[in-house]
Design a protein around this ligand. Structure first.
Ligand code: SAM
Ligand code: SF4
Length: 326
C-alpha cells in the first residue's frame, strides 16, 4: 500500500473499544462522551477479517489500542486471531496497564510481542490526579512488573508532558533508563476538543525536555527499539534504556507516516486527525469487497495533519484521542 506521496503504509492501529477505566486529563473528558453501542462495535471476527484483507495488500504490523483495550472482554481471543495471520510480522499493544497484572502472561502467549504503557508520573498521587481515578498507581506498577516477568521486551513507557503536573519529573524519567531497559518516550500534548485549554496553557515541547536532560549528561542519538515509528531516540552513554521524543506539534513527522487507523466501530482513518474516514463495517457486514474501499482511503491519505496549538480546528471534530486510538 503506497500512497500518493510515496509513503508505504504497512501498519494498522486498531482501536477495540472507545471506553476506558481512566480519564486522563489530556485525553478524555470526565464525562459526557457518548459511548458506541454494542452492535456498532466490530466483533473480533470482523476485526480479524479486515486484518486478513489488508494483509493481502501489504499490511505487516498491527497495534491494538483503545480507549483502554484491556477493558474489552476476552482480548487474548482477538490477539490469537491476528497472530494467526501469516503476513503479520509484528503485533503490539498500547495499554494503561491497570488491568495488565492478570493478563500479561496470557497476552504474551496469545501473540502480543511488544507493549507500550502509559505512565505520566512516577508519583502515586500525581498518577491518580492525571488519570482522575484514585488507586491507579499500584495497579499500573503491578501490571508493569507482570509484563516484565512475562518477558515483554522492549517495554516502552509513554509520558505525555504537562506543565505543572509532570514536567519537573523529566529528569527522573530519564534517569530510569540508566537502571532499566525501558524506552521512555516523551509525547507532546495534541489539542483535541476535550483538552483545548490544557493543551494551550500547559503544553511542554520535547525540545525543552531534551535540553533539560542534556544538563545532566550529553545524550547520544540511537536508532531506538524495533517499531520506533515517529519517535526519535537518544540515550545516556552506556545506559540500557533509551529516551524517545514524539513531537507532533514542534516537529511534524507526517512525511514518515506509515499507518492507518481502524476505529472500534469500523471506520478506517487515513490520518489520526481530520474528518476523513471510510466505513468498512457496513460493507463488511453486507459481504462487499473491502479492497477498493481500502485503496480509496489510502488514495485520500492527507500529506500532513493541520493541528494548531490552542485550537480544535485541525483535529477534524475529534473530541478525544480515546475515540480513535491515539
Ligand atoms: N489507553 C491506552 C493508553 O493509554 O496507552 C491506549 C489508548 S491512548 C489514546 C494511546 C496514547 O495516546 C497514550 O500514550 C496516550 O498517552 C496518548 N494520548 C492521548 N491523548 C493525547 C493527547 N491529547 N496528546 C498526546 N498524546 C495523547
Ligand atoms: Fe484512557 Fe489511554 Fe486516554 Fe488515558 S490515554 S484516558 S488510559 S485511553
Amino acid at each position: 500500500m503506497i500512497d500518493q506521496f510515496g509513503r508505504r503504509v504497512e501498519y494498522l492501529r486498531i482501536s477495540v473499544t472507545d471506553k476506558c477505566n481512566l480519564r486522563c486529563v489530556y485525553c478524555m473528558p470526565m464525562e459526557g462522551l457518548p459511548w458506541l453501542k454494542r452492535q456498532e462495535l466490530l466483533t473480533y471476527e470482523e476485526i480479524a477479517r479486515i486484518v486478513r484483507v489488508m494483509a493481502g495488500i501489504g499490511l505487516r504490523r498491527v497495534r491494538i489500542t483503545g480507549g483502554e483495550p484491556l477493558v474489552r472482554r476476552d482480548l487474548p481471543d482477538l490477539v490469537r486471531q491476528i497472530a494467526w495471520v501469516p503476513e503479520i510480522e509484528d503485533l503490539s499493544l498500547s495499554t494503561n496497564a491497570v488491568l495488565l497484572a492478570d493478563l500479561a502472561d496470557e497476552l504474551r502467549s496469545a501473540g502480543v510481542q511488544r507493549l507500550n504503557v502509559s505512565l505520566d508520573s512516577l508519583r502515586p498521587d500525581r498518577v491518580d490526579e492525571i488519570a482522575r481515578r484514585p488507586g491507579s498507581y499500584p495497579k499500573i506498577m503491578e501490571g508493569l512488573a507482570a509484563a516484565e516477568e512475562a518477558g515483554f521486551s522492549p517495554i516502552k513507557i509513554n509520558v505525555v508532558l504537562i506543565r505543572g503536573r509532570n514536567d519537573d519529573e523529566i529528569e527522573e524519567f530519564a534517569e530510569i533508563t540508566r537502571e532499566r531497559p525501558w524506552h521512555v518516550r516523551f509525547i507532546e500534548m495534541m489539542p483535541t476538543g476535550a483538552n483545548l485549554e490544557l493543551s494551550a496553557e500547559q503544553f511542554v515541547s520535547c525540545t525543552e525536555a531534551l535540553r533539560r536532560i542534556e544538563r545532566i549528561e550529553a545524550l547520544e542519538p540511537v536508532a531506538g527499539p524495533f517499531g520506533n515509528g515517529p519517535a526519535r531516540y537518544h540515550r545516556f552513554p552506556g545506559a540500557p534504556g533509551t529516551i524517545g521524543v514524539i513531537t507532533p506539534m514542534s516537529h511534524n513527522y507526517c512525511d514518515r507516516c506509515n499507518r492507518m487507523r481502524l476505529t472500534a466501530d469500523g471506520q478506517l482513518r487515513p490520518c489520526l486527525f481530520g474528518a476523513l474516514q471510510t466505513n468498512l463495517r457496513d460493507p463488511l457486514r453486507a459481504g462487499e469487497d473491502l479492497v477498493p474501499l481500502i485503496a480509496e482511503t489510502l488514495r485520500v491519505k492527507p500529506e500532513r495533519h493541520y493541528l494548531i496549538q490552542g485550537s480544535a480546528a485541525g483535529s477534524g471534530g475529534l473530541v478525544a484521542l480515546s475515540q480513535t486510538g491515539g
